[in-house]
Design a protein around this ligand. Structure first.
Ligand code: AP5
Length: 222
């Protein structure tokens, strides 16, 4: 299975990706996680993208497309993958098509901007694994600690309110038009299936809805 999870920053893509990947035994390909890892390791890529991410703007298409092209050629992607945070611009979506990658499902998790600010400022993150929590909505068993390793959780640099607002602005300007690309593809060819779901529901309800689509091929409401 090859699918894309779309949605604004904080819509819940990373949270839901983990459940889907576990269910279908496919890897989560998160461009944000890959870039954060590069920053943590101090690689040339990390040094190049650090300030861009801190500002909440987008890394250049060339860098990102190359990163994803290489990643999806790795053996664990042979039977499918879930793209989280990619594509984010029209050239990125077109590059995927150009590479001959067939996507079966595009799922857009929709949440209004006002809700996002609360979500992001309450988000906590386990740097080692990428596991994500929220202090109110999805708390760890022990406050401030990762459920599986017991290691401390951190707050991401780009989760400060002013940066979140910038990321939302970038999303509306650059990523929303890209979503139209898949909606149009779906309307004209029926592939990939395009589904828009309400991301304001509880984490478990959103998961249920996504798995119902993937398990049962629920028809597109658009
Ligand atoms: P990236 O890491 O991709 O960030 P993002 O898309 O902005 O999305 P997030 O990871 O912040 O949010 P999410 O939707 O995964 O939400 P989550 O599940 O964590 O990108 C970061 C940066 O990298 C970009 O700004 C850019 O600079 C660069 N970059 C990355 N990809 C790029 C690309 N393709 N092109 C160019 N640049 C790129 O949930 C958020 C919080 O809400 C959590 O605390 C969670 O517990 C909680 N939550 C989740 N679901 C619910 C729910 N249903 N109810 C209540 N709370 C919930």
């Amino acid at each position: 299975m090859r699918l894309i999870l779309l949605g604004c920053p904080g819509a819940g893509k990373g949270t839901q990706a983990r459940f889907v990947c576990e269910r279908y035994g496919i890897p989560q390909v998160s461009t944000g996680d890959m870039l954060r890892h590069a920053i943590k390791e101090g690689t040339p890529l990390g040094q190049q993208v650090k300030s861009i991410m801190q500002q909440g703007t987008l890394v250049s298409d060339d860098i990102i497309i190359e990163l994803v092209k290489e990643r999806i050629q790795e053996p664990d992607c042979k039977n499918g993958f879930l793209l989280d945070g990619f594509p984010r611009t029209l050239p990125q979506a077109e590059a995927l098509t150009h590479e001959g990658v067939t996507i079966e499902y595009v799922i857009d998790i929709h949440v209004e901007d006002e809700e996002i600010i609360h979500r992001m400022t309450g988000r906590r993150f386990h740097p080692g694994s990428g596991r994500t929590y929220h202090v109110d909505y999805h708390p760890p068993k022990q406050a401030g600690m990762d459920d599986e390793t017991g290691e401390p959780l951190i707050q991401r640099d780009d989760d400060k309110e002013e940066t979140v607002r910038k990321r939302l602005e970038v999303f509306h300007a650059q990523t929303k038009p890209m979503m139209e690309y898949y909606l149009k593809e779906f309307k004209s060819k029926g592939v990939p299936q395009f589904h828009c779901i309400d991301g304001r529901a509880k984490v478990s309800e959103v998961t249920k809805e996504i798995l119902a689509i993937l398990d049962g091929g629920v028809s597109c409401p658009s």
